[in-house]
Design a protein around this ligand. Structure first.
Ligand code: NAD
Length: 466
């Protein structure tokens, strides 16, 4: 039996807490969920009938404002789930030094049963409810895309918020928006890119790889990915570009496998065209989706939903590394079983932090009202061209146009976003890795203890009031 999600986060918290040295009362304050808004509202369906929709927004920790966290459409959504996901956001933001508390929102629907117009009405009404209860705003609570939602829903949120609460900073009430609504380049693929950077860091530690019986580096590593949505697709794409071989991809309807490696873009196109991942030319079909988790591989990337690797299937997992793309894909029971067997688990609160990292950049962009790179790009280019010219004059050598362009190019918004993301993931991995060694714990316990300590430090520095 799978224990409730928040209780699983509690178990990870309990394993890490003794390593923080924080007093029991403060640990309890950090652990609990500060507030949850549970709402029910009517939806007028396209055929004129009325349906009651159930939804939540949880604010786990307001030690820093705004709180930040995705908003999902999922039939499995529950109060326990949003509280757990909000808690994960608190620890994730603290771990990668993003100055936000943790939040999460969910609407309990099966998205595929609703038309686009109905989804728009649900999103606008959900936003309205949040605004009425002061659960949304650039300095209060800032949602982002998550399971079943994307840039379109974020555009509806910002539009509704701006109408109800107009102001100079209204665009900062949500991130993951389309560019033309105040979004930032690189946000859509940020979680997958961050996952790639994170696994690259993990695989570059030669000693750790040797312990797992693997060669250092991502090159040639066999990877199985579960979920071909935002996180799964972009993770698989970047991992393949980085030299890994995607040997299997699982979706709802089944999985496909090829030892030669799958072309991730072509698989996605095939699913769009045919409505199923199955039947991809040159690949073997696995009709039971979950079987893909148990395939022999170097890295398993669960990037769909929580509770996928559980006490029931953990013994059959053959991956040497699990890179958690989704939030909570490995249950606490499975975590214990797998780490006992020496499997390296690169935990969700670190590995999928790329999304919130770039969301943070988007929020800064919205509040500063200027695109990254706009002020400095041309100045950088002019300066470099002057240096090249000085070198030419001093040496008598003339650079060709391609070299001149490549050397002089200034940083654009996407360059800066990717640089900031790369720096964030590399720095955080080094911190986690060091903490794991010092405390002699696994990467998850190390990540939690770092995150809890950072939140605790804020409380201790500021005092608890009123
Ligand atoms: P998404 O809706 O874009 O994609 C999820 C995919 O998983 C869908 O294609 C769905 O059909 C598939 N799926 C669902 N159940 C499955 C199953 N049992 N087997 C195989 N495939 C299945 O969602 P997403 O944004 O990619 O989010 C996925 C996970 O990553 C969630 O846990 C989410 O909280 C987490 N996450 C997302 C982001 C982000 O920026 N979107 C950031 C951090 C974490």
């Amino acid at each position: 039996m799978v224990i409730p999600f928040f209780a699983q986060i509690d178990r990870y918290f309990a394993a890490a807490a003794p390593h923080t040295g924080l007093p029991a009362g403060l640990l309890e304050q950090i652990r609990v969920c500060n507030s949850v808004y549970h709402m029910s509202f009517p939806l007028e369906r396209d055929d004129g009938t009325i349906e009651v929709i159930e939804a939540w927004r949880a604010q786990h920790s307001a030690h820093k404002l705004p709180v930040k966290g995705g908003f999902r459409f999922a039939l499995e959504a529950s109060e326990d789930e949003v509280k757990a996901l909000a808690a994960l956001m608190t620890y994730k933001c603290a771990l990668v030094d993003i100055p936000f508390g943790g939040g999460k929102g969910a609407v309990r629907i099966d998205r595929s049963r609703y038309s686009d117009a109905e989804i728009r009405r649900i999103t606008r009404r959900y936003t309205f409810e949040l605004v009425m209860k002061n659960f949304l705003g650039p300095g209060l609570d800032v949602p982002a895309p998550d399971y079943g939602t994307g840039p379109q829903e974020m555009a509806w949120i910002v539009d509704t918020y701006s109408a109800l609460s107009p102001g100079l900073d209204a665009a900062g009430c949500v991130t993951g928006k389309p560019i033309e609504h105040g979004g930032i380049r690189g946000r859509v693929e940020a979680t997958g890119r961050g996952l790639y950077y994170g696994l690259r860091e993990a695989c570059d530690r030669a000693e750790d790889m040797r312990r797992l019986g693997l060669e250092p580096g991502l090159d040639g590593k066999r990877v199985v990915v579960q979920g071909l949505g935002n996180v799964g697709y972009h993770s698989a794409r970047f991992l393949a570009e980085g030299g890994a071989v995607i040997t299997a991809i699982a979706e709802y309807e089944g999985a496909i496998q090829s030892d030669q490696g799958l072309d991730v873009g072509a698989v996605r196109q095939h699913r769009r065209d045919s409505g199923s991942i199955l039947g991809f030319p040159g690949a073997r079909d696995l009709p039971v989706s979950a079987d893909a988790l148990e395939l022999d591989c170097d890295i398993l990337v669960p990037a769909a939903l929580e509770n996928q690797v559980t006490g029931d299937n953990a013994q059959r997992i053959r991956a040497r590394i699990i890179g958690e793309g989704a939030n909570g894909p490995v249950t606490a029971d499975a975590h214990e079983e797998l780490t006992r067997r020496g499997v390296m688990i690169v935990p969700d609160l670190y590995l999928n932090a790329g999304g919130v990292t770039v969301s943070y950049f988007e929020w800064i962009k919205n509040l500063s009202h200027v695109r990254f790179g706009r002020m400095g790009k041309r100045f950088e280019e002019d300066t470099r061209l002057r240096i090249l010219q000085a070198v030419e004059e001093a040496t008598g050598h003339t650079f060709d146009d391609a070299t001149r362009r490549r050397t002089a190019a200034g940083a654009s918004e996407i360059d800066l976003v990717n640089s900031g993301l790369g720096e964030t993931m590399a720095t955080a991995y080094e911190e986690i890795h060091q903490a794991a060694r010092q405390k002699d714990v696994d990467l998850r316990a190390a990540a939690y203890s770092l995150a809890i300590s950072k939140v605790g430090q804020i409380y201790q520095d500021r005092g608890i009031f009123p």
